[in-house]
Design a protein around this ligand. Structure first.
Ligand SMILES: Cc1cc2nc3c(=O)[nH]c(=O)nc-3n(C[C@H](O)[C@H](O)[C@H](O)COP(=O)(O)O)c2cc1C
Length: 459
């Protein structure tokens, strides 16, 4: 097969995730986000389309940067209301056999001890199909909900994250040896105590002296995803991430970031090609190019400009309600996400964005590209992105849910398969084994997690 194009679905346990206003579209069903049946149905669609995974974003706070209050976010359902992503997984896992689940959890507000157990539990219940999108948050409103005045400073968050990773690696990898669990009914020994070890950790941020509460799951450490692309974010990804999500409006913006992450992996002693990189995109596909263009126009008529600017204000930490719509956007450092603002300020020297242009662009699929066409036209564009950027695949957002995903599965996937660019069936094994063919279900050296497993892995 030519280089495979990998597909993930990008969603969140909320309404109209990256497409503010589109919840008003008559066929959009994202308003059913609080019903289990909606998610089970979506998981089945994605598995029919051989998607590698469903990636669920999560943010603990509310988007109250725009206008300095939560009114616009609430009016437009801009990622509020938002439910817990983890709790969706068991039902979707029960209805599928192969689909992976990349779950976003911030490490800024929960002790590693309880978090590690919840992830282990999900890895058990899904039989090794769990991934973790490691985030530190970007909204001060989240910090306030958790009893703090504001979030930690941008670069400090990555330092704290390093420490957190050490603790969870110790718990997942170093507490229970392979073979510790005997389930020996005859001798009456469930677990051999000699093979379970206490984890000690004492740092400025975390103290722990305990054994991990869960027995080892198939993957132990979930497949690690990461999405920050600032200098610190790239270095963190280079050390830890197995998969990286990126968002940028054009291949010109994304390509140097891809190179940066691969270089960071190399600097961390890892094979740069072993990190899978997915770019955010929204695909609007129909049997003919004209039908796809008409569908795009129709979708656009439901975009909420206020909702788009509310999202963008939260991502960048800048209150866009204060700017003239024709004002050009320039870069400034702050403690929200840095790559979001770079996307539309200094990442592409040939393109200067106004506030109005950002609002129009981000109305469907956030800051990623919207790729519109018949199946062949869309496939051509995806192939072009792959060539120009060196990514491994796409993280597909929706305009109208689940219609956007159904269209991709029914129309685009067969075209990619015909071109030898897409798998014909799933591989066997855990999410890690599926993503890295010939790979192993456990992390191996030189990944730092493997260094916390002081005993030989069975496989
Ligand atoms: C595609 C994509 C998805 C993201 N999803 C989340 C998310 O669900 N929750 C979150 O707190 N941050 C999310 N982020 C934000 C990143 O984790 C990170 O905080 C942000 O990109 C800023 O990091 P940077 O300054 O290193 O670029 C996402 C970023 C990207 C590009």
């Amino acid at each position: 097969m030519r280089q495979e194009i990998r597909l993930n679905a990008f969603d969140m346990n909320c309404v109209a995730h990256q497409s503010p206003g589109l919840w008003r579209h008559p066929r959009d069903r994202s308003g059913e986000y609080n019903r289990l049946g909606y998610w089970v149905e979506l998981a089945a669609v994605l598995e029919r389309g051989l998607f590698d995974g469903l990636f669920l974003a999560d943010v603990l706070g509310v988007y109250d940067v725009y206008g300095q209050n939560a009114d616009a976010a609430l009016r437009n359902a801009t990622q509020i209301p938002v439910n817990d992503p983890m709790l969706l997984v068991p039902a979707m896992a029960q209805a599928t056999r192969h689909l992976g689940f990349g779950i976003t959890c911030t490490l800024s507000y929960e002790p590693p001890f309880t978090f590690a157990r919840r992830m282990s539990t999900l890895d058990h219940l899904t039989e090794g199909r769990i991934g973790w999108n490691i985030v530190t948050g970007y909204l001060d409103s989240a910090a306030k909900g958790l009893g703090r005045d504001r979030q930690n400073a941008h670069d400090d968050r990555y330092l704290i994250a390093e420490d957190y990773m050490e603790v969870v690696y110790k718990l997942w990898e170093g507490s229970w040896e392979e073979g510790a669990v005997l389930r020996d009914k005859e001798r009456g020994i469930f677990t051999d105590p000699a093979k379970v070890h206490r984890v000690h950790h004492a740092s400025q941020h975390h103290r722990l002296d305990a054994i991990h509460l869960a027995e080892p799951s198939l993957q132990r450490t979930p497949v690690l995803y990461q999405a920050g692309s600032s200098t610190k974010g790239r270095a963190f990804a280079g050390r830890h991430a197995e998969c990286v999500f990126m968002s940028g409006p054009s291949p010109q913006v994304v390509a140097p970031r891809v190179q940066g992450v691969r270089q960071a992996a190399e600097e961390a002693g890892r094979d740069p090609a072993s990190v899978l990189i997915f770019a955010l995109a929204t695909v609007i596909v129909a049997p003919t190019a004209a039908a796809a263009a008409a569908k795009h126009e129709e979708y656009r008529s439901y975009v909420s400009v206020e909702g788009a600017l509310t999202l963008f204000s939260g991502w960048t930490g800048l209150d866009f309600s204060r700017y003239d719509p024709d004002q050009e956007i320039r870069y400034i450092d702050n403690d929200a996400g840095r790559s979001a603002l770079e996307n539309i300020s200094r990442a592409d020297p040939e393109r200067v964005w106004t506030v109005r242009e950002v609002a129009e662009h981000a109305g469907i699929g956030g800051i990623g590209p919207v790729i519109v066409g018949d199946p062949a036209g869309v496939a051509d564009q995806l192939e072009r992105w792959m060539e120009l950027t060196g990514i491994d695949g796409f993280n597909l957002a929706y305009a109208v849910a689940p219609e956007t995903f159904v269209d991709v599965v029914d129309l685009l996937v067969p075209e990619l398969q015909k071109r030898g660019r897409y798998k014909q069936r799933y591989g066997e094994g855990t999410l890690r084994e599926k993503l890295f063919p010939g790979g192993r279900r456990l992390l191996t050296p030189p990944h730092p997690a493997a260094g916390y497993r002081p005993f030989p892995a069975s496989r």
